[in-house]
Ligand binder design. Structure first.
Ligand code: HEC
Length: 151
């Protein structure tokens, strides 16, 4: 290996860590390597990304709005994996009701993802009213899930 290849390897490593633990980007986790501890850490990272993204989403337009909605859609797409049965720890705030009422939990996830996907389309077409409606629906999904499934 020449010394010239080292910086790009380091950069790739930093990028991978950023994907797993960054505050605002989408988070991609391989299902077959998930321990309960890793799943709880990953979903907290995803939730923090949700919070950071949603906080600014209402003021965005154009490509930035598309990017924010895409981050949220990708985050919601990972919930079924990150909340799979058995993936919890004593410190987790996830209530057992999630696994007793999996269909109800997933219905909220699917609704949130559908709202984010509608937000992508609205941002792409410049439909501000539809975009703001999507942002509002996502915020309601956060609240209704937390109210029921989080301690
Ligand atoms: C379908 C259910 C569901 C939806 C939708 C959801 N969350 Fe969560 N959220 C949870 C659960 C469950 C936890 C607790 C996770 C744990 O401790 O294992 C949590 C935890 C959190 C936390 C605390 C993370 C920490 O530091 O411990 C934040 C912040 C958060 N969510 C933000 C959001 C935001 C913002 C949205 C919407 C954009 C959202 N969540 C959507 C279920 C949901």
């Amino acid at each position: 290996m020449s010394f010239r290849t080292i910086p790009s390897i380091v950069a790739a490593g930093v990028f991978a860590v950023g994907l797993a633990f960054g505050a605002a980007g989408p988070h991609v986790v391989a299902q077959d390597t998930l321990t309960p501890e890793a799943a709880v850490a990953a979903r907290i990272a995803v939730m923090k990304s949700n919070g950071a993204t949603l906080r600014s989403a209402g003021g965005l337009t154009g490509d930035a709005a598309v990017a924010a909605m895409t981050t949220l859609s990708n985050n919601f797409a990972q919930y079924p994996t990150l909340f799979a049965e058995g993936l919890t720890t004593p410190d987790s705030e996830a209530l057992p009701l999630i696994w007793e009422d999996w269909a109800g939990f997933i219905a909220i996830v699917d609704g949130a993802k559908a709202a984010a996907d509608a937000g992508i389309a609205a941002a792409q077409s410049g439909d501000t009213a539809a975009y703001m409606q999507a942002v509002q629906q996502i915020g309601q999904a956060c609240g209704s899930c937390h109210g029921k499934y989080r301690s």
